[in-house]
Each structure stands twice: as structure tokens, then as C-alpha cells.
Design a protein around this ligand. Structure first.
Ligand SMILES: *Cc1c(COP(=O)(O)O)cnc(C)c1O
Length: 363
């Protein structure tokens, strides 16, 4: 896989035995998955003691986020069951993935987006892939309630993560990490919005552990944005607020299962501020050359916070790492999805006359 002479294949063909598909399932794929696991010595340096840190760069999936892993499975099974329309509520990336895989399958796609508040790159994707884009007067949680009501309509498949096929596909990221590292990491860090991904990773790691392809399961650490932190606060947040639109969710669909993943794994749930998120996004880009969207940067912000000796709390799994531990962070989506969020916070380009001396003066 991904070695010279090998063609990259999608997650259904790569992990068919561990997914709810049969030989009758039409495989709707864009060769998603098999994303890079990039080592970060700079992040590892903050841990010391021989630890290694890896970044699972899910922004390099076909539509630019990990949502493609779940969508290939959900749309393939929807096609097998005879659906002709897929529908989802979305903060953006789910709609981009649903629209692309529906196009690939020759199915119609409708996406319900919260009015305003959506990253432009993601809306552009839904449009170009041919989806019907519906702007709902309400937030993401309101959109999801409408979609829940549409479940059971003939020929319509709901492809939000309330559809268990999505999580089945998303668990393949954990498989890939174990396959590449030779074992599960000691800690896995990721951002949490609707909480499907933390649930899916936990399922994947547990399955590999049961199959003895991994000797352990990692402690799962989730980070929410401070203004959209229902799991951390243990209460619904009626008007979630954060510039990281992919995790702007006040009532997560997989709340209960995410809590189980955190508790069973000996993990933690914590929060980061929007300022910390954007600092981390910039840190990652300027130090490692990786541009991830704000929601993804929440995981990095959390890691930076928890490895700062002046700030970390005693119970943090990152504070008690055994020597030579491996830590994986998921970078959930590509930075180009949401350039407005970056440009809003950046200074304008520096003006100069069109000559060498003027440019040299600025260096
Ligand atoms: C969907 C998404 C998340 C949140 O994942 P959940 O499964 O909803 O917790 C985080 N980052 C990005 C880029 C996403 O698209």
C-alpha cells in the first residue's frame, strides 16, 4: 500500500474483512484513506524521554477531511440498499464528502447547512459536486434534528454519523496507524465535535487489540473548543461559539459513546480557546509545514497546552507518559478548507516596489 509499484486503494478494499460489506456491495470509492503519518520531532521534544509524536494527516483525503472514510462505507451501503438520495446535516466537511461520494455513485445529495457560519471552501465543494444546498435557519444541532426526522423516508439515506456505517469507515484510521507503527500508540489526541470520530477510533483500536494486531489500546484525549464544550462541561450548549466551525456543536450525536471511549481508555476531555487554536494552527504550519483547518488545530493546541509545564494539570495522560511512548494526533481536515478564518487574523501582505532593492530591504 502506498509503496512504489502499488496502487493506492480505498478503505473498503483495504479493510474489507473488518467492515460491514459483502461481495454484493458496490464499492463507491475515491481511493480515500492511506493518509500520511508524519513524524513531528518538534512536538516529541516537548515530551522528551524518548517519546515520538506522529500526525495523521487526514486533510489529504480526496475531499480534504477524514469524513471520506465514513462516507465511502455509508454511500456504498446506501447504494446497495437501493437509495437514490443521500442527505446530511453538516458544519461543512460531511456535506463535501457526501456530495462527492453521491456524485460518484450517481445519487442525488442534499445538504442542510446552518445559516451563516460555514467555511466557504466547504460550501464550494458541496456546490461543485452537485448537491442541493439548503441553508437552515438554525445551528448545526437544529439541522441534525431535521435530518433525524427524515430517517425512514423511502430511498433517502441519512449519512450523518448517526448512521453507524459512517463510524465503521472512520475506524479504519486507527487500523492504518497500528499497521504503520506496528502497535497502537500510548496516547491518541484528536478534536471532538459531534464525537463520532473519537468513538470510531476507539472502536478501531479495540478491534485490532482483540485481533491481537495491537498489544494495547491508547488513552483517548479529546479537545473541544471552549465555546462549544458540551462533553467537557457535561451539559448541552444551546448556542455553541467557536471560529473552528467543524467542532461548533452543542449537543453531540455520539456523546454517550465518546464518554465511554474516554473513560474506558483512561483518557480525558479538555478544552482550548479559539486564540490557542489559531496559535496552534500557525505553529504547525510554521514549524512543521502542515496547514490544517482550525478544528484540527484544536488537537495541536491541546497537545501544546498539556505539554507546557506551567499549565498542564496533574491528571493529564500526557503528563505521566512512560519512556519511549508513541503519541498520535489526528489532523482532521485541510487548512485550505477555511482560508477566511486565517486571513481574518493575519496582517496584509507587505507592499514593495517592483525591484530587487525594495524586496531585499524587507528580508
Ligand atoms: C467533523 C470534523 C471534526 C469533528 O469530528 P466529530 O466526529 O464530529 O467529533 C473535526 N475536525 C474536522 C476537520 C471535521 O471535519
Amino acid at each position: 500500500m502506498n509503496t512504489p509499484g502499488h496502487r493506492r486503494i480505498g478503505v473498503i478494499d483495504r479493510y474489507r474483512d473488518l467492515l460491514p460489506v459483502t461481495e454484493n456491495t458496490p464499492v463507491i470509492t475515491l481511493n480515500e484513506g492511506s493518509t500520511p503519518l508524519i513524524e513531528s520531532p518538534k512536538l516529541a521534544g516537548r515530551l522528551g524521554r524518548g517519546c515520538r509524536v506522529f500526525l495523521k494527516y487526514e486533510g489529504l483525503n480526496p475531499t480534504g477531511s477524514f469524513k471520506d472514510r465514513g462516507m465511502t462505507v455509508a454511500v456504498s451501503l446506501a447504494a446497495e440498499r437501493g437509495a437514490n438520495t443521500v442527505i446530511c446535516a453538516s458544519t461543512g466537511n460531511t456535506s463535501a464528502a457526501a456530495a462527492a461520494y453521491a456524485a460518484r455513485a450517481g445519487m442525488r445529495c442534499a445538504v442542510l447547512l446552518p445559516s451563516g457560519n460555514i467555511a466557504l471552501g466547504k460550501v464550494a465543494q458541496a456546490f461543485v459536486y452537485g448537491a442541493t444546498v439548503i441553508s437552515i435557519n438554525g445551528n448545526f444541532d437544529a439541522c441534525l434534528n431535521v435530518v433525524r426526522d427524515l430517517r425512514g423516508e423511502t430511498n433517502i439515506a441519512v449519512v450523518n454519523s448517526i448512521n453507524p456505517d459512517r463510524l465503521e469507515g472512520q475506524k479504519t484510521a486507527a487500523f492504518e496507524i497500528v499497521d504503520e507503527l506496528g502497535d497502537a500508540p500510548v496516547v491518541h489526541v484528536l478534536p471532538v465535535g459531534n464525537a463520532g470520530n473519537i468513538t470510531a477510533y476507539w472502536k478501531g483500536y479495540q478491534e485490532y487489540n482483540k485481533l491481537q494486531r495491537a498489544t494495547r489500546t491508547p488513552r483517548m484525549i479529546g479537545f473541544q473548543a471552549a465555546g462549544a464544550a458540551p462533553i467537557y462541561l457535561d451539559r448541552v450548549v444551546p448556542s455553541p461559539e467557536t471560529a473552528a466551525s467543524a467542532i461548533r456543536i452543542g449537543n453531540p450525536a455520539s456523546w454517550a459513546r465518546a464518554k465511554i471511549a474516554i473513560t474506558e481508555s483512561g483518557g480525558a476531555i479538555d478544552i482550548v480557546s479559539d486564540d490557542e487554536i489559531f496559535e496552534a494552527q500557525l505553529w504547525l504550519a510554521t514549524h512543521e509545514g502542515i496547514f490544517a483547518e482550525p478544528a484540527s488545530a484544536a488537537a495541536v493546541a491541546g497537545f501544546l497546552k498539556c505539554t507546557d509545564p506551567s499549565r498542564r494539570c496533574g491528571s493529564c495522560p500526557l503528563a505521566q507518559l512512560p519512556e519511549n511512548s508513541t503519541v498520535v494526533l489526528t489532523l482532521t481536515g485541510h487548512g485550505l478548507k477555511d482560508v477566511a478564518a486565517v486571513l481574518d487574523r493575519r496582517p496584509a501582505p507587505v507592499p514593495a516596489e517592483a525591484n530587487k532593492a525594495a524586496v531585499l530591504r524587507l528580508l
